[in-house]
Design a protein around this ligand. Structure first.
Ligand code: PLP
Length: 288
């Protein structure tokens, strides 16, 4: 929430308290929609092109067609406008954008073509996890109960919500999701791990979200001469991890120093993790 707290809903900039969507909205009834979260630093949206492309891909993936000349690029401009309206052009903030299949009488199949998508965009002040990034965070492992299209950023986050709550109840920062003996990703993050000196992460397939931070970091690692091996990490390899870290728009590079109450490596953020933390911080400070 910001002092002015203006949000955007279906073509209008309104105070959050006055913003309205129908109880028949398919986002509310079915979770039938997609979303994005973009990092804003001093009013500049980080990696906005990648977020726009992913939003387009998510919309196409669930067959929502934007109306009235709307595009992800237009939503990003609205996000920039909201940062101004809410006095968030200095410092750290996030832009949230959500598109649902619109409001209509409840039927499972798609509504008639004249029903327009519901668009909601808001901004919020954001404080990076600076202390945790220094000390390292803890994580638990948790079954990955999600569907077969985790590569689409949909509103259907129930398995992620339940896994996050399980982590919270064990005072952990993140739940590492395990499907068929493979660590896929976190409930709200991707991850990289070092096994036998090699930096590995899950490949981009339908079992993970193609994280923007994951992709930016992989490119930065490559520029720094650090190879990334996209061979999934098996659950049985967890005891051999010498380093583990999470990546995400609001998580940056977050060292994990304990997994299921056992130390990762020597129980401190690893050297490679520290290096990649610095590399990403530089990119956030200068990039777009
Ligand atoms: N994986 C999941 C399941 C997520 O929900 C997120 C972010 O919300 C990520 C990974 C990280 O993606 P990004 O770096 O684009 O924020």
């Amino acid at each position: 929430m910001t002092a002015k707290d203006i949000v955007y809903v279906n073509g209008s900039f309104v105070p959050r308290a006055e913003a309205r969507v129908s109880v028949e909205d398919r986002g509310f009834v079915f979770g039938d929609g997609v979303y994005e979260v973009i990092r804003a630093i001093n009013g500049r949206l980080f990696a906005s092109k990648f977020h726009n492309d992913r939003l387009r891909r998510s919309l196409d993936g669930i067959r929502i067609t934007l109306s009235g000349g709307d595009t992800p690029e237009r939503f990003a401009d609205i996000g920039r406008q909201l940062l101004k309206e809410n006095d968030l052009v200095n410092g750290e903030a996030t832009v949230y954008m959500q598109v649902t299949r619109g409001a209509t009488t409840r039927v499972h199949n798609f509504p008639p073509s004249q029903i327009q998508p519901t668009v909601y965009i808001s901004v919020a002040r954001f404080t990076p996890y600076a202390d945790l990034a220094r000390t390292g965070a803890t994580a638990i492992s948790h079954p990955d109960l999600r569907w077969g299209r985790c590569d689409l950023k949909t509103l259907n986050l129930l398995p992620n919500v339940l896994a996050s709550q399980a982590a919270k109840e064990r005072h952990a920062f993140e739940a590492m999701l395990i499907r068929d003996g493979i660590v896929t990703e976190g409930a709200k993050t991707n991850f990289f791990g070092v096994v036998n000196g090699s930096l590995r992460t899950h490949p981009c397939d339908t079992h993970i979200l193609p994280g923007i931070t994951r992709s930016v970091l992989r490119d930065l690692a490559s520029d720094a001469g650090i190879a990334v091996d996209e061979t999934p990490i098996k659950e049985e390899e967890i005891p051999r991890l010498s380093e583990l870290f999470l990546t995400g728009t609001t998580t940056d590079v977050m060292p994990v120093v304990k997994l299921d109450d056992r130390p990762v490596g020597d129980g401190k953020p690893g050297e490679l993790t520290r290096r990649l933390q610095r590399v990403l911080a530089e990119s956030l400070a200068s990039g777009d």
